[in-house]
Design a protein around this ligand. Sequence first.
Ligand code: SF4
Ligand code: SF4
Length: 193
Amino acid sequence: MTERLKYDAGFAKEIYALENGHYIKKCMQCGMCDVSCATRREMDFSPRELFLLMRAGKREEFFKANTIWMCSTCLMCKVRCPRGVPLVDVMHDLKSHAIGLGYADSPQATFYQAFWQEVMGRGKVFEGGLMARYYLKRGWSEIRKGFEMRDLGMDMVKHSRISLKPPRTIKGIKGMQAVVEKARAQMRKEVGG
Ligand code: SF4
Ligand code: SF4
């Protein structure tokens, strides 16, 4: 017998309170985002299904799904959604919220955090630094996988696609960090976080 989903408004309220979370209320489950999504096949649940999980109060399944981390922010769903749900912005909010709650132990989540640390540290991304941060956090099993890709990495260096030399930190990095911190503080104030 098919399990009947019980609605749980509590979890939905938590998500609606995120900066762009209220837009999810407009979702009419049409599926346009599913069929438009380039990375749908890699996701545990489509964006539309994720919203259903939220409405059903399936908190653990929601945060443990890889959906938000597999979103490549291509914008296709955002431009096609007939209800104007800005899915990319919602996905960003969900990533940030998931990290804040400690649901960030997937490889994709680690990659996002490593990317962010690079940007905030230098003002730009150094691939070597990004990978070092990623592999050090993921541990030996991932380091081994990374080592298996060494030929690809060397080819990319050879063809100047990546550099072994870290780039200079941008001018005004302190100013950039201050702007980002101010924006985050403002956002926390607005959403009561
Ligand atoms: S395209 Fe918009 S309305 Fe349709 S399922 Fe996706 S989010 Fe909901
Ligand atoms: S923005 Fe993300 S969820 Fe939307 S279509 Fe692109 S990859 Fe899929």
